[in-house]
Design a protein around this ligand. Structure first.
Ligand code: TYD
Length: 135
């Protein structure tokens, strides 16, 4: 079995309120890592793909803050497609997983919580190299 089984949808706390709902994310509690960085994808043109890389050490948690998109995860042995379309759950992605995002709706906002600062040396951007390292 590969690492893909470690990746999973995590439901977030949801405080339902007629004035508007509220969710929150605490590092080490709702996601299995401490949060060092937050970034987000927005104004994604229809038909566009993002991602297509893996990280050696980085843990991430991906939330559709608005709209919807798909995340495809691949551990070198198997692949799984997740459709994200609500802001009260997200997808945990462990290290050494090849991922790409597609099928963005108009107005989609993809928020990513990450365990580390931006570090280009943590990226694997070549799929063949990923397969050699993953297997
Ligand atoms: P990248 O992670 O390659 O995005 P994608 O794989 O979705 O295309 O990032 C795109 C560019 O943005 C990359 O050249 C570096 C920059 N970047 C930062 O400077 N800081 C960050 O936290 C991230 C995620 C990217």
């Amino acid at each position: 079995m590969g690492r893909l089984h470690e990746c999973r949808i995590i439901d977030l706390p949801k405080v339902s309120d007629p004035r508007g709902n509220l969710s929150f994310i605490e590092g080490g509690r709702h996601v299995p890592f401490d949060i060092r960085r937050v970034y987000y994808l927005y104004d994604v043109p229809g038909g566009s793909d993002r991602g297509s890389h893996a990280h050696k050490r980085l843990h991430q948690f991906i939330v559709a803050m608005s709209g919807s998109f798909d995340v495809v995860l691949d551990d070198g042995l198997e692949k799984k497609r997740f459709h994200l379309n609500r802001s009260y759950y997200g997808l945990y992605v462990c290290p050494m997983i090849w991922r790409y995002l597609d099928n963005f709706s108009s107005g989609a906002v993809c928020m990513v919580l990450a365990s580390g600062y931006y570090d280009e040396t943590d990226y694997i951007r070549n799929y063949q190299q990923f397969l050699e390292l993953a297997r």
